[in-house]
Design a protein around this ligand. Sequence first.
Ligand SMILES: [Zn+2]
Ligand SMILES: [Zn+2]
Length: 170
Amino acid sequence: MSSLRKDWDTYFMDIAYMVSTRSRCPRRHVGTVLVQGKKLLGTAYNGAPMGTPDCSEDGCLIVEELVPSSTDNGGMVKKQRCIRTIHAEQNLLLFTDRVDREGSVVYVTDEPCWTCANMLANSGIVEIVYHRDYPKDHEKVTTLMKQRGIRFKKIEPYTAPADTQVQDGA
Ligand SMILES: [Zn+2]
Ligand SMILES: [Zn+2]
């Protein structure tokens, strides 16, 4: 049996998935890594601020919001979202230095939401590679990345390592 050597995108996305398993929010596990050249500079996942109860201890902190319906054009639907956690991408920015980020690549298990994308766009990184889609903000985020000249791509084909994926309850 010859073992096929993994390409770099797969290698770093696998690490992002491993990192995501640290998340204690049952609704969504997101992992992300910062890579400069081929070097790993940082890892982060979505989680409550240090020293505060996480979702597994105090439950999710749920807010309800109205979002445009994907089926009923012009209609709105209620959606629940956990706001206890700091998003993985934002944690990554909190724990890495600007100088390290200049020219680097972010691998993230999930397509960034608008707020994270907006912050990443101003963070010095030059490329984002994601796996799972987040349709709600896809159009806005794609346009932003184009304007900013940041390469933005979904990794495919790709299969996450076994036992690293949670069902999305959101
Ligand atoms: Zn939660
Ligand atoms: Zn986000």
